[in-house]
Ligand binder design. Sequence first.
Ligand code: PEP
Ligand code: MN
Length: 341
Amino acid sequence: MMIVMKEGATEAEISHVVERIEKVGCSAHISKGDLLTVIGAIGDRDRVAALGLEGSPGVDHLVPILKPYKLASAQFRKGARTVIELAGGKLGGDHFGLIAGPCTVESREQTLEVARVVNDVGVTMFRGGAYKPRTSPYSFQGLGVEGLRMLQEAKDQTGLPIVTEVMDVRDIADVVEVADVIQVGARNMQNYTLLSELGRAGLPVLLKRGLSATLEELLMASEYVLKEGNEQVMLCERGIRTFETAYRFTLDLLAVPVLREMTHLPVVVDPSHAAGRRDLVRPMSLAAAAAGADGIIVEVHNDPEEAICDGPQQIPTEEFADYAAQVYAVAEVAGKTVSRV
Ligand code: PEP
Ligand code: MN
């Protein structure tokens, strides 16, 4: 249930509604807009209805949310869109953000070189994995804490916010020291313990769609983060499994406009992992920007041939300026303001 407060409702009136909701064993999520405050009551709907909150001071009206995802639903924010703002760069709403960097942190030189190039071109965030979810346990698993240190150095040198993945709740404490955004990989989209813990970690979360997850399942996963009071979630379409084998995954670009209808959360597209091949990354990036994506996360490497993982799909640093210029041009055609740090 959504409780829409009157314009000018006082803090005392808002707290009173929250107390009453919590008293019946439900949780209350306050969302403050420019004019109105909306309180989401999550839990047993009948119990909330029985409170008769329509009559409480400061309450304007009640709206039942019929979707199973409540806090993520577009209805919950009454048309307002979530914008993630870091180091002056914005992603979401009318703002387009480009997140670029290597698949994985391999060495200090590689990390700093890619960070320097993408920063010179002008991006919104720098990506790089220190903990890597690999299909084979025999593949490189990431540099862990040592990799986090390299990301910190990249951040110190460029000022770019860092996006990096965490796979295990035991690593959260180390990762939050360096990360500005925590990535949850496709394979962990339904790791509910991890999601709840990240909801309490206080950093924005980039949540990738599972390999065979529906959009509703993706939104339900985001709900695990949101319900802990963390409203800073970005969703990421990164390709799903279909019967097609001619490319790595099927990039579901219809998910962009459809998710933007279903939710207020920003929608990011990862063309790199879907395509698996660099020559396909650019056309898919342009298509994602044209479809209205709020951002793109793309892999970039200074020496893709020597990359430890995902070499064939990483954009060489020499081509990045040209790539970004094209992506930005299309994002602007789609009505976005490009946001650089
Ligand atoms: C990644 O972004 O580094 C990654 C492993 O992606 P995904 O979880 O989408 O496979
Ligand atoms: Mn990768």
